[in-house]
Design a protein around this ligand. Structure first.
Ligand code: TXA
Ligand code: MG
Length: 320
């Protein structure tokens, strides 16, 4: 396995070639880093599951270079889904649609639908278009962490999570810190009304500007299997709890205007919601690096991105 810092166009081409040959390539996206594989190569996709330690019935998101690739992977696409794709792609939004013939059971966890996303990070977009030039259809990429752990927002975090499991020919592309810092909004577009399955940086309010009726199921258990929707997920080694204070020796994450409780270890001081999302996972990782056994988090209030942040914080509190 090799890490490539700030990959050049030539290096990105090589990474696309590596994918085509069946290797795994971890790459930056604006949400979190993904662990990529050729989405039509069963062997490569199976390796993604084993490297992550993820149960094989949990589907993977397929990343594509643009809305033009949508009908390779999906059929019976509702009009509102096209509208959303036009509005929010490239960007932090995954659409669940009825799958086409090329979306095999090994990608969808044997479900009849497929998750699709066009990421906006330039390295990801270039990797996708180079891969498509080589005849590829799309890159399957879950977050590049071990199952149940915190998603990585840096190449170092990917290395920390997966280096032991990656092998010769696999690559990690280092494209800097993921700007958003939490995973994409997942939207179920398989019925006449859209449902939010996982909140993210494309917020309820942003969606409501485009479509009339939204069912927000993101905080409820639903029939679609998705580990991001299971309660126990996104957890560090330290025990995470909600609190407006922390004991000496405990980690503390809160907005910058909240004072650090005496003796506690401040892991992040975001001053906006965007910054909170951007630093939350790296703050949890920092707590683990410092060997802390407990991290207290004071969630931001309000709507919009705060909903996605509270979702991830509450999942982190439930442990592995
Ligand atoms: O921001 C993101 O979405 C990142 C970056 C790398 O794109 N990816 C990501 O993938 O978070 P993952 O696999 O860690 O989480 C994706 C979630 C999982 O909960 C998965 O089960 C769900 O999306 N999912 C994928 N395909 C699905 C499908 N066909 N139906 C329902 N849920 C699906
Ligand atoms: Mg994940």
């Amino acid at each position: 396995m090799e890490i490539i810092n700030n990959p050049t166009q030539v290096e990105i081409k090589k990474a696309a070639q590596a994918l085509k040959e069946g290797h795994l390539v971890a790459f930056p996206t604006e949400t979190v880093y993904g662990l990529g594989a050729d989405a039509t190569n069963e062997k490569a996709v199976n390796r993604v599951y084993s490297v992550k330690g993820r149960p094989t019935d949990h589907p993977l998101i397929v990343h594509i270079s643009s809305i033009n690739q949508l009908d390779k992977w999906a059929v019976d696409i509702p009009e509102y889904a096209i509208k959303l794709a036009e509005e929010f792609w490239p960007g932090p939004m995954t659409l669940i649609l009825k799958r086409s013939e090329i979306a095999k059971d090994f990608i969808t966890g044997s479900q009849e639908n497929i998750g699709l996303r066009v990421p906006s990070h330039l390295v990801a977009l270039e990797l996708l278009s180079e891969f498509e030039k080589l005849g590829g259809f799309g890159i399957a990429a879950p977050s590049a962490n071990r199952f149940g752990a915190v998603s990585p927002t840096t190449a170092d975090a990917v290395f920390e999570e997966l280096a032991t499991y990656l092998t010769s020919g696999d690559l990690i592309l280092d494209g800097g810190n993921s700007e958003i810092g939490i995973e994409s909004t997942i939207i179920d577009c398989t019925s006449s009304k859209l449902s939010i399955l996982r909140p993210g940086a494309v917020t309820y309010e942003m969606l409501a500007n485009i479509v009339n009726e939204i069912i927000d199921r993101s905080l409820n258990i639903n029939k679609i299997r998705a580990p991001g929707l299971l309660k126990k997920h996104y957890s560090p080694k330290a025990k995470v709890a909600l609190s407006d204070t922390a004991e000496p020796g405990e980690g503390f994450i809160a907005m910058a205007n909240i004072k650090t409780p005496v003796g506690s270890i401040r892991l992040a001081t975001p001053s906006t919601l965007e910054e909170f999302a951007h630093v939350f996972y790296s703050g949890l990782r920092l707590g683990d690096q410092k060997g802390l056994s407990s991290i207290k988090v004071l969630c931001p209030i309000g709507e919009g991105l705060a909903i996605a942040i509270r979702d991830r914080v509450s999942k982190a509190t439930l442990g592995k």
